[in-house]
Design a protein around this ligand. Structure first.
Ligand SMILES: Nc1ncnc2c1ncn2[C@@H]1O[C@H](COP(=O)(O)OP(=O)(O)OP(=O)(O)O)[C@@H](O)[C@H]1O
Length: 263
């Protein structure tokens, strides 16, 4: 079993601009191998928290510790490129300063090696995200930071993208912290969820968090219930008509399974 290696620790981290704190008293530890997702309403301070970890945003109070020498790969929400400037994926990746072979390898790790000579302007949303992740990987990061990686990616592409993030974590044994608005996929692909609304409302394993009163207060009963159903232990089978048949374990106790039959 691998030793836990801490990459980032925040202690009582606070950021304020002119008014009240935008993030307030955040305590957080990120270990190698963790996938942590920050969720929260608009303006909750998610980007500010990420920027603090990237050392782009100075704290107004509290402390941040980063493992000395830790390499951070950042995948931004948007890529703003000059549309009139011809730019191939190869050239884009090599702007990292890494050798061509390493750039090629990183692109293969994200499953799009065939795009090495493509124009970056012609990529689909999902392809662009994979190229951006490859750029972050080229530096062999200890920590991968992603700001809404599934934006502009269709629903199948989103599932594939979260699979990719898990695979990369397993292969590279890096830590991952991401912001996401897609609660269902987050819940399916994350080890720890942090629900942020200036302060940490609640945090924990996805299957536990949907029952937390602070989560329900922030996201509403309906969202919490839909996630609870999504996550319950599937220990039964359905007939072709959708009726529940007890499996190896106890029959499912969820009302939703019985009333709707499928999920
Ligand atoms: N440099 C800044 N100067 C002043 N206010 C700022 C600055 N950066 C962020 N804010 C404010 O801090 C608050 C939190 O912003 P932040 O971008 O961290 O939220 P977020 O949770 O990422 O939101 P969203 O989901 O909408 O992207 C917002 O009210 C924003 O206007």
């Amino acid at each position: 079993m691998l030793m836990t290696e801490c990459l980032v620790t925040l202690k009582n981290a606070t950021v304020r601009f002119d008014g009240p704190p935008v993030i307030d008293g955040i305590n957080l530890t990120l270990n190698r191998g963790d996938i942590v997702t920050i969720i929260g309403p608009n303006g909750a301070g998610k980007t500010t928290l990420i920027k603090s970890i990237l050392s782009i945003q100075k704290l107004s109070g509290g402390e941040i510790w980063l493992k000395p020498g830790a390499r951070i790969g950042y995948v931004p929400q948007h890529l703003i490129l000059q549309p009139t400037l011809p730019l191939s994926v190869r050239r884009f990746l090599m702007l990292t300063g890494e050798p061509e072979a390493r750039c090629r390898e990183a692109l293969a790790q994200t499953g799009v090696s065939h795009l090495f000579d493509a124009s970056i302007h012609h990529l689909s949303g999902g392809e662009k995200q994979r190229v951006l992740i490859a750029r972050a990987l080229a530096r062999n990061p200890d920590l991968l930071v992603l700001d809404e990686p599934a934006q502009g990616v269709d629903i199948n592409g989103q599932a594939a993208l979260y699979d990719l993030i898990r695979t990369l974590r397993d292969q590279l044994q890096c830590g991952v912290i991401m912001i996401s608005h897609d609660l269902h996929l987050v819940m399916a692909a994350t080890d720890q969820v942090i629900c942020l609304n200036q302060h940490i409302c609640c945090s924990g394993r996805p299957e536990d968090i949907s029952a937390d009163p602070a989560f329900i207060e922030t996201f509403g009963q309906q969202v919490a219930e839909s996630l609870a159903v999504y996550h319950h232990h599937h220990n039964h089978q359905h007939t072709l008509h959708g009726d529940v048949v007890a499996g190896d374990g106890d029959a499912c106790q969820h009302e939703d399974c019985h009333s709707h039959g499928t999920h």
